[in-house]
Write a protein that binds this ligand. Sequence first.
Ligand code: CO
Ligand code: CO
Ligand code: CO
Length: 345
Amino acid sequence: MEPDVKLTKLASCAGCGAKVGAGTLVKMLDGFRTHTDPRLIVGYDKSDDASVYMVSDDTAIVQTTDFFPPIVDDPFLYGQIAATNALSDVYAMGGEPKLALNIMCLADSMDDKIVREILRGGYDKAYEAGAIITGGHTIHGAEPIYGLAVTGFVHPKRVLTNSGARPGDVLILTKPLGVGILTTAAKADLVKPETMNAIYKQMATLNKTARDIMLRFTVHSCTDVTGFSLMGHSFEMAQGSGMSLHIDSLSVPFHMEALEFADMGFIPAGAYRNRTYVEKGILKKCEIPRALEDIFFDPQTSGGLLIAVAEKDAKDCLAALQAEIPNAAQIGYVTELHENYLILE
Ligand code: CO
Ligand code: CO
Ligand code: CO
């Protein structure tokens, strides 16, 4: 569908690039009173993808929300991507999404047809995920926003946090990087349509398959790579786990064209925030071209899963993932903490 209104022109920043920096959030929440509850398995303190609350010995609730301004002009695709991204945090915890609520803000220039298409995209992905959208909340505002609040379930003993990585674990990433840089360049109509179509398809691909496959193996830790970039999310995994994550710079999958546009300076603002946030936690053991580094700090919208799989299962897990997700790649490994949290090799 060719919309009359260019959705991305109504947005001041694209997708997960709109995310507020991690350091900023931690400061803002400092000192608030909260209840403690032993049944809260995962709370805010570990900057994980979702919170997890144990209801019984075999059931825990996974809760999360994500929304952002339009990252594409096609409203159906925008709805699909926003929903895929929101559902992803449940998958990153090893959970299965079950219920969802629409979160929406409408700009005055959006007609009913566009709004319906955005929602249709959201319902399409919720359906594919096996989740039910049971309601939501919609307001009027200056910029369009769409996303979901998602509730899922997981066995309390099978929760995958971003702080469980162990020495010897192998790191796997399931989607290539460069989404933020390419969507920024696309705003200036500079990217080839084939490239953008591949990016859109990737952003609208659920992490369900990746989650289903990884659960067949001994996985110690998982998170999805989104607004805080590969570096930001790896750093949080390293810090949360008290380990060093070694990233093999030459093995990280990314979209080739992103390198070109990074060189030309099409860097989303979020990439600079991410760099500031994690720079001190990184030790570089090799020369890395600036443009490739920018890709490592690039905020991803609806990015892939970063999986820390036990060494004994790594080969089989990677093969099983690659059979369904050809872009999945081994990008590094975990050791006891030494030198720094992230080690680029
Ligand atoms: Co996440
Ligand atoms: Co999230
Ligand atoms: Co997780």
